[in-house]
Design a protein around this ligand. Structure first.
Ligand code: NAP
Length: 266
């Protein structure tokens, strides 16, 4: 039996998808570092999970939308040799037309969904590589490949999460460090409130909404299967394979060095 400790870090653990990741990873025997802004929520979740699963839990109240908050978490992760999994789950959605959005709404999504995710990944990577062991789970969204009139910034940030994760997978292909990107569709969380995304859960088609438990259990099943890209709600896995094949063909077709005939002067 190994006596070494293993720790999983979950950002955005105070509600929704992150809280279920925390529960499932504790059930798998991981000690936890739980991060979000609402310290009271983190404390009560930590109490519940430590008595249910008997693991050690540290909470870290930090605003990952700020440089100070990210730096605080970076320092905690970079110096911790027990970290084996980072779940970059904290994210915000402000679903509104750009022309009707405040600059703050746009930039806060970029700061949390892109900047914090990138910096925290960078913070754990040297330790993962030194031990040749570790996993980063990045929570994107189906809106990474689909834009709506109210999601230009949010879709853009999640497209970044997908592209960033795909590049990192290639960078780490010869190591034992894994990167999984998860693309949830609508999931029943507090994100679907007027105060958070601006869209209430009642505005969604009920049959299109997954529970947080189903979402995380499916995502972890994909993780256990060694999947690089996980679409929890998509029954036909060949859709992603065909999409990705078409993407690779399009990229290959760009490598001509000449304007396409339709753009040449007659
Ligand atoms: P949620 O219940 O609102 O959870 C969001 C989490 O992020 C909360 O724990 C929140 O905690 C934390 N957070 C927000 N702003 C933060 C900040 N500035 N600093 C630190 N933590 C912050 O929503 P969720 O649906 O579970 O979202 C989790 C992830 O899933 C997000 O990346 C989201 O984009 C993605 N996703 C959700 C859906 C869906 O339909 N629900 C679909 C696709 C993707 P505090 O407020 O306590 O800070």
């Amino acid at each position: 039996m190994s006596l070494s400790k293993k720790t999983a870090v979950v950002t955005g653990a105070s509600s929704g998808i992150g809280a279920v990741y925390a529960d499932r990873l504790a059930a798998r025997g991981y000690d936890l570092i739980l991060i979000a802004r609402r310290a009271d929520r983190l404390t009560s979740l930590a109490q519940k999970l430590s008595s249910a699963h008997g693991v050690g839990i540290q909470t870290l109240a930090a605003d990952l939308g700020t440089d100070t908050g990210i730096a605080q978490v970076e320092a905690a992760l970079a110096g911790n040799p027990d970290v084996r999994i980072l779940v970059n789950n904290a994210g915000s959605a402000r679903l509104r037309a750009l022309g009707q959005s405040s600059l703050e709404d746009s930039l806060s999504q970029v700061a949390l969904n892109i900047t914090a995710l990138t910096r925290l990944t960078r913070a754990v990577l040297p330790g993962f590589l030194a031990r040749n062991d570790g996993a980063v789970i990045n929570i994107a969204s189906v809106l990474a490949v689909h834009s709506l009139a109210i999601s230009s910034v949010y879709s853009g940030t999640k497209a970044y999460v997908l592209a960033f994760s795909r590049g990192l997978q290639q960078e780490l292909a010869d190591t034992n460090v894994k990167v999984q990107v998860v693309l949830p569709a609508s999931t029943a969380t507090e994100i679907w409130t007027e105060d958070v995304s601006g869209v209430p859960l009642s505005a969604l088609r009920p049959e299109s909404v997954m529970s947080t438990e189903d979402l995380v259990d499916a995502a972890l099943a994909g993780f256990d299967q060694g999947e690089a890209v996980t679409w929890p709600s998509v029954a036909d896995a060949s859709l992603w394979e065909r999409f990705d094949t078409a993407r690779a063909s399009l990229f290959a077709a760009t490598q001509t060095g000449t304007p396409a005939p339709r753009y040449r002067k007659a």
